[in-house]
Design a protein around this ligand. Sequence first.
Ligand SMILES: [Mg+2]
Length: 377
Amino acid sequence: MPRKVSEKSAAAKKKPAKTKAGGSPGAKEKSPVGRPVASLAAQRPMFPEHDAESGIAGHAAGGTGTALVVTDVDNTVFDWVRYYTTAMQALFDRVHGITGIPVATLASESRDVFTRHGSIEYPFLIQELPSIAAHFDDDIDRILCEVVEPGRAAFMQAAESTLLPYPDVPEALAAFRKKFGTRIPLVALTDAPRYVAMWKLSKLGLLKYFDAVYGLPDPRIPTCGKAGRVKVDPEILLKHLQQSSFGFSGKIRILPDEYEKPGTRGLKTVLMDYELDETPEIRHRVVWIGDNPRKDIALGRKLGVTTLWAKYGVVTDKRLFELLHAFSPIENIHKNAAVEAVASGGAGQSSTAAVQPHEPDAALGSFAEFLQHLVAG
Ligand SMILES: [Mg+2]
C-alpha cells in the first residue's frame, strides 16, 4: 500500500542541519506535523541500478560538482496551463449540460471557492458551488452522484490527453539518472498541495525519477454546514485520509502554507535537509529550475543557488490566459504560472510585472538543457 514516508527514519534522527541567521527556517523549525526538519543526506538510494556505495554524495562527500537538482513542477516539467484550462472547460461544460447553470456562473463562483481555499487546484470544487447547492436543494447525495462524479469524470477524461510532460522531459530525466544515478538527488518543490502535486507527477509518469517531493498542505475536505457531513465520495475521501503517495518510495515533505514561493523558506528547507546550506560555494552547487521569473528565479537568486529559468514555460497564449482568468483571480494564476503580457485590458496589465526576469544563471529553451548545466565532481 502506498505510504507517507515517516519522519522516524534513521535520517530523521540526525541533528538538523546548521543554519544561518536571517531568514533561515531555523534548526528548531517544526514541520506542519510538529516534527523537526531533519537531514535527508543519509537517505537510501531508491534506484535499483544505482551503485549503493556511492550513496548521495552532495556536500557530505566534499565534492565540487552539482550536489542537488531541485525543480518546480507546473509549467516547468509539463504544460500546466493547457492541461488545466482544458480539463476545467470540460468540467464546466459537463456540469452545465447536467444542470443548465451557465458556464459563466460556474466559473465566477469557482473564483470565490479557489480564492477561499488559496489554490486554483482545489479538488472539491463542484460541491462547493452555491448554484449547485441551490439547484439540488442541498441534497449532498444527489450532488455527489449526479454532478460531482460526472464533472470529475469529464475533467479526468480531458486530463488524459493534456496532462503530459513536455516532450523532452522523460528522456532528459532518464538520461540524468543514467549518468548520475542517485549521486545527484532530484527534488520537486511546488506550491501545489502535496496530494495534487504527487497525483500530477504520477499521472505524468515522472514520480519515479524523484527522490523527494516538497508541497503545501493537502486540501481541506469540504463539509456540510448543517450536519457537518463530509461532501466527498467515500472512495475519494479514503484516498485523501490515507494520504496516498501513489507508490512513491522517496521522501515527502509537506511545507507550511507560509513557505509558499516567492518566499525562500521552501527552497531553504530543501537546502537544509540535504545539508547544502553552509556556504555560498555549497549553495551554488544546487541547481534550481523554475518557470516563473517573479517567484522561482527571484528566490533562487536570493539563496545563491544556480538558477535556471524554464523560459519555455511562460504563458504567451492569450486565449489560455483568458480561460484561466475566467475562473481564477490573477493572484491565484500567478501561483501556478508566469504570464507574459498576453492579455489586453485590466488583467493583462496586472500580469505584465510577472515576466521581468530576475537574471537567472541561464535560460532554458527546453527542459533537457538543464543537463548542460550540471557539473560532475
Ligand atoms: Mg511553475
